[in-house]
Design a protein around this ligand. Structure first.
Ligand SMILES: Nc1ncnc2c1ncn2[C@@H]1O[C@H](COP(=O)(O)OP(=O)(O)OP(=O)(O)O)[C@@H](O)[C@H]1O
Length: 328
């Protein structure tokens, strides 16, 4: 499969509290997205998921590393070629209320995006608006409604239609359904699956909701304190989680049944995420890890491949994987 987007050793920092302090929100991250696949990016709040997404589309300026689109390093492009490559990677925001202008109608909001990509003819734009509304599952009658009159789910669909207007190859979706009512989350999720199937758009799906990611993504990356700690096929990561953090993250998913929830034996993730201004030495997860030994404080964890596609940054990955097989 061909990579449409490759991120190599990306580092993005912010000024931290205190003189000369920096927050390495994204700390040497490498990930890959293939055409037409949905890839999940999960981790607790503050682990750097949004910063990674924003760095990919140029909303944050990475300090080092590379973002490669269709085999071309964006750092080597400028002018029109950079703009075209940037357009091909669109960001879908969590909050459909913030991403649309209240004073615009749905038609105007989409029209604006079509003008930006240079669709000159009004008739052509009008036809395309109809097509885009159809693609995101909205009736053409909403075209003349103000975006403020729509429900959250409808607004998110309009925001997606606007992104699609520029014919992107990749969507970076930052918690795109978390602000929506539970009842409509599944519908909007299905829309992403449809878009992948119909348009072959690749999607980096940033989410807290592990169950949702499992359902939609074929592969998943788990992020902790600015680093990818585990990555692999969804079946691999969910079926045989082999980083202690992934295991804790999965164990902390609340059960739908409150009786089971009350009888829960596995504790929720203990402790707080350490400050990214002062990350622990060695393995960043060691301060919360039940398996940590002295070496974990001294040496960065090795990357262990359990399969060619399943990688884990933990010296105990083989043992953990073995144990989860015997326990199963
Ligand atoms: N503009 C900024 N200035 C300073 N620090 C920032 C800025 N944006 C993010 N950070 C810090 O970078 C780290 C990562 O934040 P980020 O929002 O990327 O995490 P996240 O995993 O997306 O969290 P959430 O799920 O809550 O959105 C946090 O410590 C955050 O405080």
């Amino acid at each position: 499969m061909k990579a449409v987007l490759e991120v190599e050793h990306l580092v993005t920092s912010f000024p931290g509290v205190g003189r000369g302090k920096t927050v390495r929100a994204v700390n040497d991250v490498s990930i890959v997205l293939h055409s037409g696949e949905i890839v999940g990016l999960v981790g607790e709040s503050g682990c750097g998921k949004s910063t990674l997404g924003r760095s990919i589309v140029g909303l944050e300026k990475p300090e080092s590393g590379r973002v490669i689109f269709d085999g071309v390093d964006l750092g080597s492009l400028s002018g029109n070629r950079l703009r075209a490559a940037r357009r091909a990677v669109q960001y879908v925001f969590q909050d459909p209320y913030a991403s649309l202008n209240d004073r615009q109608t749905v038609g105007e909001a989409i029209d604006e995006a079509l003008i930006i990509v240079g669709v000159a003819s009004k008739a052509e734009r009008s036809a395309r608006i109809g097509q885009l509304l159809d693609q995101v599952g909205l009736a053409s009658a909403v075209r003349d409604r103000f975006t403020r009159e729509l429900s959250g789910g409808q607004r998110q669909r309009v925001a997606i239609a606007r992104s699609l207007a520029v014919e992107p190859r990749v969507l970076i979706c930052d918690e795109p359904v978390s602000a929506l009512d539970l009842s409509i989350r599944a519908q909007v999720m299905n829309l992403f699956l449809d878009l992948r199937d119909q348009l072959g758009v690749a999607c980096l799906f940033i989410a807290h909701d592990l169950a949702l990611v499992r359902q939609a993504a074929t592969r998943v990356y788990v992020m902790y304190l600015g680093k990818i700690v585990e990555g692999g096929g969804s079946d691999e990561v969910y079926g045989r989680p082999s980083h202690p953090y992934t295991q804790m993250l999965l164990a902390s998913v609340p059960e739908a049944d409150p009786m089971i929830e009350r009888r829960r034996k596995i504790p929720l993730i203990k402790g707080e995420i350490p400050s990214p201004t002062n990350p622990p030495s060695g393995c960043f997860f060691r301060t919360r890890c039940p398996l940590a030994v002295g070496e974990c404080a001294r040496i960065e964890p090795p990357t262990i491949f359990l399969t060619p596609t399943h990688r884990i940054a933990c010296r105990f990955a083989n043992e953990i994987a073995q144990k989860s097989l015997t326990d199963a």
